[in-house]
Ligand binder design. Structure first.
Ligand SMILES: [Zn+2]
Length: 103
């Protein structure tokens, strides 16, 4: 298994939560008119955040396609005992490819 594959699985979701949390804290920490100003700034940043989310989604999808391609060619050495597929972030210990429990 590639190192980057492990890092992506481990940190993709936490990093997303950290980013959302930081934006939330920035808004909550500011008060009154400043909060509105920060919020307006966040709304303006929304375009870039949306773009970032879309790009992240595209990269994520590309990564999943690469996993599927490697799996179909028998090159994936995932944690599934049944088909050597990989378990996903949201599926927990369940194999993304055949649905078997990997844990
Ligand atoms: Zn499997």
């Amino acid at each position: 298994m590639f190192e980057i594959e492990r890092y992506f699985k481990l940190f993709a979701l936490p990093v997303f939560f950290i980013a959302i949390g930081l934006i939330g804290m920035t808004i909550m920490a500011a008060d009154g008119l400043r909060a509105i100003a920060v919020l307006a700034h966040v709304v303006r940043m929304g375009l870039f955040i949306s773009l970032g989310v879309s790009v992240t989604g595209l990269i994520w999808m590309g990564w999943r396609l690469l996993l599927l391609w490697r799996w179909e060619n028998g090159k994936l050495e995932g944690d599934c005992h049944n088909c050597y597929g990989s378990s996903g972030l949201l599926q927990g210990p369940k194999c993304m490819m055949c649905g078997n429990r990997t844990g």
